[in-house]
Design a protein around this ligand. Structure first.
Ligand SMILES: Nc1ncnc2c1ncn2[C@@H]1O[C@H](COP(=O)(O)OP(=O)(O)OP(=O)(O)O)[C@@H](O)[C@H]1O
Ligand SMILES: [Mg+2]
Length: 479
């Protein structure tokens, strides 16, 4: 078996060549640029995604030593909550507004958050596709369709505009109980179902590849695929409810657990949403705050070479960072209440603090936000006894230990933290008939237990909670 999996991440596009048993035979990543034309704005060039995907595929083939003609099928996954406006030929009409972009806040005015939550399981938030589509509809003419980033790529590769139910359930336009676009919400956002992709299972074929990418045979099946929030746990073997809670440390930090049926967070301001999931159950998740992206930010701020240098510096500060607390809201807050206008906070600074305290405080603050969500999932009755840690940030031994101490739960670190393109490949293998069903996969290799710093981290989490309560009202309106 030779299957290609592609993951269009926020910071890079990755591709893997998978062989028998979904073993990774070769992988390659190509950077993706983000432009921030204004505060709260984040754009990427859809054309650059195609170039990055093709280069990543070529690199993965080279690394695997496999011939392009031997690839039997491909699947695409990637970042959620973007919006691309395309014309009738599928050509982009505007830069993509990616998940970090919050310019469409005004497009939510007058909508009923409780009604939207009841229909979609989603928080009425400008990060989602519907308000972005409404905003774009006012900026550009000749729009034929609005895409998520993954469905955009799939249309470019196959000519077919389609996306899976899990993806659809992140748009604020999907009726979760009926499993179809909601006419009520389409009307509320002044959109039409004909301006959205069709809905089909992630594990079905979107269409044959219509042009040769990096030497691939035209005509090979391209799967419908799914979003990275779903493909990442899928690729690490999270198929059925009752297992671990997944924490994905990518650019964003995604925290979620599987459930048989939709779970509604009863809080006045829900912290978690319910989405469909490619195995037919539901994924109850907080779609995440800037996390690995915040690590990158502080690494640059402190003039350090890379993430590992940040880890080495942070390791020299004590647990609790001598009272320095970071609230991770660099692109708005996602816990304990979603607040678009919230901004990051570094609190508790004195003249005795050094860069090491700031470095550690950022890693700790990101783990505190994770604890907020995991405790909410636990209170909703979901299995959270153990964390399955995924994504690039799970490579950091220091951060793993901080997280086990802050959450007071063992952390299982996946054998391959980049499980998203593997999940995309699994979906393609099922779609093409290369395997009859989603396979079992290898168990995580490393288990990290809460350690001696747990009490100190509990105190620090308490400080964080008190601080969040104090500063949160500042995030309720623009400065
Ligand atoms: N040793 C480390 N310590 C801390 N963070 C790390 C380390 N190694 C990688 N990271 C973080 O992992 C992140 C990259 O993870 P990943 O490749 O999963 O993201 P992505 O797929 O581009 O983003 P996303 O999935 O959110 O679109 C970076 O932001 C980086 O800061
Ligand atoms: Mg990713």
């Amino acid at each position: 078996m030779r299957i290609l999996g592609v993951d269009l991440g926020t910071q890079s596009c990755k591709a893997v060549v998978l062989g028998d048993g979904f073993a990774v035979r070769g992988e390659h990543a190509v950077p993706v640029e983000t432009a921030h034309p204004g505060p709260g704005q984040a754009e990427q060039d859809p054309r650059a995604w195609e170039r990055a995907a093709e280069a990543a595929i070529a690199g993965a083939l080279k690394a695997s030593g496999d011939a392009a003609r031997d690839i039997e099928a491909m699947g695409v996954s990637g970042q959620l909550d973007g919006c691309v406006a395309v014309d009738a030929q599928g050509e982009p009409l505007h830069p993509a507004l990616i998940w970090q972009d919050r310019r469409a806040t005004a497009e939510l005015a007058g909508l009923d958050a409780a009604r939207t939550f009841a229909l979609t399981g989603q928080v009425l938030d400008p990060s989602h596709l519907a308000p972005k589509a409404r905003w774009l509809a006012k900026q550009v003419t000749g729009v034929a369709r609005f895409h998520q980033p993954v469905s955009y790529l799939v249309e470019r590769f196959t000519g077919v505009a389609v996306l899976d139910p899990a993806h659809a359930s992140t748009t604020l336009l999907y009726d979760l109980a009926r499993g179809a676009w909601s006419n009520e919400l389409l009307a509320a956002f002044e959109l039409d179902a004909m301006h959205l992709p069709a809905i089909a299972p992630a594990t079905s074929v979107a269409g044959p590849l219509r042009r040769s990418l990096a030497g691939l045979r035209t005509g090979i099946p391209v799967a419908v695929g799914t979003g990275d929030d779903f493909a990442t746990p899928l690729g690490a073997g999270l198929f059925t409810p009752g297992g671990r809670v997944a924490v994905v440390l990518g650019t964003a930090e995604v925290v979620g657990a599987l459930a048989e049926t939709p779970v509604r967070d009863p809080a006045a301001s829900p912290m978690v949403e319910t989405h469909a999931y490619p195995t037919g159950c539901c994924f109850v998740e907080n779609p995440g705050w800037l996390s690995g992206g915040a690590v990158r930010w502080v690494t640059r701020l402190l003039g350090l070479a890379d993430d590992r240098a940040l880890d080495r510096l942070a390791a020299t500060a004590p647990p609790g960072s001598d009272g320095v607390v970071f609230i991770p809201a660099l692109t708005g807050a996602m816990t304990p209440v979603w607040r678009s206008h919230a901004r990051g906070t570094l609190h508790g600074l004195t003249a005795t603090h050094g860069p090491q305290h700031i470095a550690r405080a950022v890693l700790e603050g990101l783990a505190f936000a994770c604890r907020d969500v995991v405790e909410r999932l636990a209170s909703l009755g979901l299995a959270t006894d153990e964390v399955l840690l995924l994504g690039g940030g799970s490579r950091s031994p220091l951060w793993r230990q901080i997280r086990a101490d802050v959450l007071g739960r063992p952390h299982a670190v996946a054998s391959n933290p980049d499980s998203c393109p593997i999940g995309a490949g699994m979906v393609a293998a099922v779609a093409s008939g290369a395997v009859p069903e989603l396979p079992g996969v290898a168990e995580p290799v490393v288990r990290v237990e809460p350690g001696a710093d747990r009490a100190a981290m509990d105190d620090a989490y308490g400080r964080y909670g008190r601080l969040v309560t104090q500063v949160a009202p500042l995030g309720d309106s623009p400065w």
